[in-house]
Each structure stands twice: as C-alpha cells, then as structure tokens.
Design a protein around this ligand. Structure first.
Ligand code: A2P
Length: 313
C-alpha cells in the first residue's frame, strides 16, 4: 500500500493525503531541491509541507510550477501547507502573502502557526532567531501567541487564501486554552511524533476534539536515529520490510499524517510504502516512550512552551 494514496479528512471536510513530503532543507541540499520535489511528485507525493522560515518556498514554487506545466499534476490535486513563524506573529497575512508569492500559488490548503510564541525581530521577520547583545532570546512578553491564531481565523473566514488552518507544537494545556478562547478548532496539530515521543495524552486529547495529528521528524530528523529502535526493527522483520517502513506505517496505520523527508530519490520512493500494523504492534510502539523517551528537535524555547523530555544541552 502507498501512504501517499491514503486520504484523510480534516474537521472541515477538506481532504488531505496521509503522507506528505517534509521540505526542511540543509544548505547543501538546496541546489537539488527543485528536482527533488518534482521527483517526489512523480513518485506520487501529493502533499507538500513547507514553511516561511525554511527559506526554500521559492524552490518549492518552482517545482510546483514545473509539475503543473509538464502536466504531472494539477494544482487542485496537490495539498500544500505553509506556516507563520513567531517573528511574524503580528504580521500574519503579510507572512502568508510572502509564502503565496514564493510558492506561486493563489491559496494554500493548510496554514499553520509554527510555534505558540511571539518573538521581536525586524519588519520582515528576520532574523528568525532574534537575540539581544547578551544572547538572550527576544520573546515579546507583552504579546499573546493566541492572537496570531485569531488572525488566522480571520483570514480563513474572510479570504480565499487558505482552505484550512491549524497549529504546530501545541501541548495539551496550550490546546485547552486555544479551544476555550477561540472560535475555530484547528484542523491539525503538527508535532514531533515517533515511538520515542509517542505523546499519547496529546494525541488522544487532539483526536477527541477532531484535530488530526501530523508527525514531523518521524525518523528523528538528521541521521534518522529512530531507525535504530530494536522494537521497530523487530516488527520490520516480521513484515519483511525495513524499519523506516514501520516507523512511517506507525502513523498511517493509526490514522495520522506523517511528513518524512529525504533528498535521496530511492528513499523518497521507499518511504511511500506502508504496511498495515496490528493494534498490538501499534501499542508496542506507543510504549517505547516509557522506556527510551527522546525529543530530537531541541529548541531554546522548548522550556518556555513547557515541553516534556526537554534538555538544554
Ligand atoms: P536523506 O535525505 O539522505 O534520505 P525526518 O523525516 O525524521 O526529518 O528524517 C530525515 C532524515 O532521515 C534525513 O537525514 C534523511 O536523509 C533520512 N532518511 C529519510 N528517509 C530515510 C530512509 N528510508 N532510510 C534512512 N534514512 C532516511
């Protein structure tokens, strides 16, 4: 079965392919980014997850244009996500417009708040990681990250620029506050999610409110460290597949969205293959967090957000 062919529904009825292509791109991979995204579309990826702060939306835009012009896919058959970064917390529509221009699109399918944070920076949002001369992070203590989401609601309800809105990196307490104080339930919550960070409470809370979970860094990001998990390797042997196939199937089998990334055409194709996992296998993978918890994406602001498994080294 191909994960790229599995279609889920957002809480407003918009359809979303369960497997999307992550587009965080290390500097040395950018020269090949356009070809890489076109190749992914040829392989069958119909969902591209990108963001203003990745600095590569123009390359994704070129790839999409090439795919449209070569007749590989039509705009309406692609699902494109972008995000607003904390330094643009009070310039949400401006950020979206920059993304749309770079992507060469009239609308995105999903618009996400990248982090529940507000940071002080330049008018154009740069630097994206602002610090003062003493190295202290420039959080805007007077601003409320929820106002960013409220502006996103306004854009969703009053323009044709986005088909759905959602958030990233929200914990249960942050999501509780959002649900209490705003009028639109986010379509998704995109977080780091894999067996070592299964976050069962968060997943159950979001799913019980009709919020789809999206997994970023499903392999643990650079170097794919989660592939070494003995539990994943054991289940892979049973199914006669690789550990990566099990780690991606872990989400698709459980009705979640997964966003793997690869700059290698062979792995891009391999990553689309998913197998049906049993409830016992899913439960076993969910329990890995109890034995070897690990958050691979460590940001300075993890503490501010109140994350579990956060380290400052
Ligand atoms: P590469 O681009 O060379 O394929 P994540 O999706 O968790 O962010 O992980 C991305 C990392 O995992 C990248 O370093 C990517 O390297 C690597 N990767 C992606 N797919 C596979 C795979 N099937 N097997 C091994 N490594 C992979």
């Amino acid at each position: 079965m191909k994960g790229t062919d599995v279609i889920l529904s957002l809480n407003n009825g918009v359809k979303i392919p369960a497997m999307g292509l992550g587009t965080v791109a290390p500097e040395d991979s950018r020269a090949k980014m356009v070809d890489n995204v076109v190749e992914a579309i040829k392989i069958g990826y119909r969902h591209i997850d990108t963001a203003w702060c990745y600095g590569i939306e123009d390359l994704v835009g070129k790839a999409l244009q090439r795919a449209f012009k070569e007749g590989i896919v039509k705009r309406e058959d692609m699902f494109v996500t972008t995000k607003v970064w904390p330094t643009m917390y009070d310039k949400v529509e401006q950020s979206l417009d920059v993304s749309l221009k770079s992507l060469q699109l009239d609308y995105v399918d999903l618009f996400l708040q990248h982090w529940p944070l507000c940071m002080k920076s330049g008018e154009d949002g740069y630097p994206t990681e602002p610090k003062d001369s003493n190295g202290n992070w420039l959080y805007d203590e007077k601003a409320d990250y929820l106002d960013t989401y409220k502006t996103m609601i306004d854009i969703y309800q009053n323009t044709n620029k986005v088909r759905a809105i959602g958030v990233c990196n929200y914990t249960v307490p942050l999501m509780e506050r959002l649900l209490k104080e705003t009028s639109v339930v986010p379509a998704v919550n995109q977080v780091e999610l894999h067996p070592q960070l299964a976050q069962r409470d968060l997943v159950q809370f979001c799913e019980s409110h009709g919020i789809l979970m999206e997994s970023y860094s499903p392999l643990g990001s650079g170097g794919a460290p989660v592939l070494k998990l003995p539990q994943a390797i054991e289940i892979a042997k049973k199914h006669n597949v690789t550990a990566s196939e099990i780690l991606l199937s872990y989400h698709v089998s459980a009705g979640r969205i997964v966003l793997p990334r690869s700059h290698n055409p062979k792995r891009l194709a391999q990553n689309t293959i998913v197998v049906e996992l049993t409830k016992e296998e899913l439960d076993a993978l969910d329990k890995v967090e109890n034995e070897s918890p690990k958050r691979y994406i460590q940001c300075a602001w993890s503490k501010v957000i109140g994350y579990s498994h956060w380290t400052d080294n």
